[in-house]
Ligand binder design. Structure first.
Ligand code: FAD
Length: 390
C-alpha cells in the first residue's frame, strides 16, 4: 500500500495516478480545507498560459518543476475537470477557475474522482510519525500503526496552519534526514511604517507598477491597503522583504513631470499628477506627504517643489513595518530542499521510498493559479514514480 499523507491538491493529484494502490490519511474531517479558501473561495486552480510561458512564470523553479508539469500540465487539469462535470472559466488574464466560481465544486470533483479511482480516504486521521523499516514504513496514525510500502508526503507547508497544514511535513522531513529550510511567509501583504497619508488610498490598485528592492526591479499590479501594500506585485515578492527594510515604488516611470509642467502651465499640480494615470486620492496623498499645496499651478511650481516631487515619484521610499505572519500568509517559502529530492520522481534522496509533493517542497510560486497546479502536478508525478517502483 502507498500511504498518501494529507488530503490537499498534492494528495488528490497523487490519488489520480495511484488509484486503489494508495490510501489517503487526512487529519481534517474533509479534504482540501486550504483549497476551499483559495482565490477568495473561487479557486484560481491553474493558468491557461502556453506550456512554455507557464514554465517561464515558475521563475527560478522552472527547470526543477518541468518534469512534474509535463506529467500533468495545465491543459490536462482543465480537461480533467471539464470531462467530470466541473466546467472551467478562464478570465481575460488567463486565470482558470471552476465556472461556478465555487472552490467547493472543484474540491468535490477531485474527491469524487479519487473515490472512483478506488483510493480510500481516511478522514480525521492525523499522521503523527513515519518510521522507515528494513522494508517499507510504519506510520503512527492516531494511536494505530499502519504499514506502507511507500509514502507520499503531501501534508502541505506551514502557512495558514488552521487549515491543517501546520508544518508537519517539515518536522517529519527533518526526521527523515532532510536539511529543512525554516519557513518564512510568502504571498504575504506588507504593512508600512508611518503609512498615512497613504492609508486614504486603501482599495486603489495600480496596474504594471514598478517595485524596487535593493538593486532589483519587479513589475506587476499593486494594491493599497489601510496599512500598506498587497496585490500580485507585493505578494509575489514578499519573501524577498524583511521588516525594517526599505522598498521603493516608481510612480512616474517615464519621467514625464517636467514635460507636463511645461505643457500645462495653468493646470493645478494635482491634475498634472493625474495625467500620469495616478488616481486622484493617490496624487493628493503624495502632495500631502511632500507638503506641497495641491492647488498650486504648474507655472508657480518652484524649483524646490519640482526637485522634491520628481525625486519622490521616481522612487518613493517606504519602510516595511511588518510582513503578514505565517498565520494568514497564502504560502510559505521553506521546507524540504529541492536539491534533496529527485525532480524526475519526487523521491527523497535522503529516505528512498518517501516521495514529496506540493508545499512540503521548498519552492514558492507567484499568484495566478501556479501553486495549486504544481501541487497537483508534483503529486501526480510522485504517484507515478511510486507506482512504478512498487
Ligand atoms: C487564503 C489562500 C488563498 C490561496 N489562493 C490560491 C489560488 O487562488 N491559487 C493557487 O494556485 N493557490 C492558492 N493558494 C495556495 C494553495 O492553496 C496551496 O499552494 C495548495 O493548497 C498546496 O497544496 P498541498 O496539497 O501541497 O497542501 P495543502 O493544501 O495545505 O494540503 C495539505 C493537507 O495535509 C493535511 N495534513 C497536514 N498534516 C497532516 C498530518 N500530520 N496528518 C494528516 N494530514 C495532514 C492538511 O490538513 C491539509 O489538508 C492559496 C492559499 C491560501 C491560504
Amino acid at each position: 500500500m502507498i500511504a498518501i499523507v494529507g488530503g490537499g491538491p498534492a494528495a488528490l493529484g497523487a490519488a489520480l495516478a495511484c488509484g486503489s494502490a494508495a490510501q489517503i490519511y487526512e487529519r481534517n474531517a474533509f479534504c482540501g480545507k486550504k483549497l476551499l479558501l483559495s482565490g477568495g473561495g473561487q479557486c484560481n486552480f491553474t493558468n491557461s498560459l502556453s506550456k512554455e510561458d507557464f514554465l517561464h512564470a515558475l521563475g527560478e523553479y522552472r527547470t526543477w518543476l518541468k518534469p512534474a508539469f509535463y506529467a500533468f500540465d495545465n491543459a490536462a487539469f482543465m480537461q480533467l475537470l471539464e470531462e467530470n462535470s466541473c466546467p472551467v472559466y478562464v478570465s481575460e488574464d488567463g486565470k482558470a477557475f471552476p465556472a461556478s466560481l465555487k472552490s467547493a465544486d472543484l474540491r468535490d470533483t477531485l474527491v469524487r474522482l479519487t473515490m472512483k479511482k478506488g483510493t480510500k480516504i481516511h478522514y480525521g486521521a492525523r499522521v503523527q510519525d513515519i518510521s522507515p523499516q528494513s522494508s517499507g514504513f510504519l506510520l503512527k496514525v492516531d494511536g494505530d500503526t499502519i504499514k506502507a510500502e511507500k509514502v507520499i508526503l503531501a501534508s502541505g507547508g506551514a502557512a495558514w496552519p488552521s487549515t491543517g497544514s501546520d508544518g508537519f511535513s517539515y518536522r517529519i522531513g527533518k526526521k527523515l534526514g532532510h536539511e529543512v529550510l525554516a519557513p518564512v511567509p510568502a504571498l504575504a501583504s506588507v504593512s508600512i511604517r508611518d503609512f498615512p497619508p497613504f492609508d486614504s488610498c486603501a482599495g486603489i490598485s495600480l496596474t504594471q507598477s514598478i517595485l524596487i528592492i535593493g538593486k532589483d526591479r519587479f513589475y506587476g499590479d499593486l494594491l493599497f491597503t489601510h496599512q500598506g501594500f498587497s496585490g500580485p506585485l507585493i505578494l509575489d515578492n514578499s519573501r524577498r522583504m524583511q521588516p525594517g527594510q526599505s522598498i521603493r515604488l516608481v510612480f512616474d516611470p517615464q519621467d514625464r513631470l517636467f514635460a507636463l509642467l511645461q505643457k500645462h502651465p495653468k493646470k493645478q499640480i494635482s491634475s498634472i499628477l493625474q495625467m500620469m494615470s495616478l488616481p486622484r486620492s493617490l496624487c493628493e496623498a503624495i502632495l500631502l506627504k511632500l507638503q506641497i499645496p495641491k492647488d498650486i499651478r504648474a507655472a508657480q511650481f518652484n524649483a524646490v517643489y519640482r526637485k522634491r516631487l520628481r525625486a519622490y515619484i521616481a522612487g518613493a521610499e517606504f519602510k516595511i513595518r511588518n510582513i503578514e505572519s505565517l498565520n494568514t500568509a497564502m504560502s510559505d517559502y521553506g521546507g524540504i530542499p529541492l536539491s534533496e529530492v529527485s525532480a524526475r520522481s519526487m523521491q527523497s534522496r535522503k529516505t528512498p521510498g518517501v516521495y514529496c509533493a506540493g508545499e512540503s517542497l521548498a519552492y514558492s510560486l507567484p499568484t495566478g493559479g501556479f501553486s495549486i497546479q504544481m501541487a497537483m502536478s508534483t503529486g501526480y508525478l510522485a504517484a507515478l514514480a511510486a507506482m512504478n517502483s512498487v
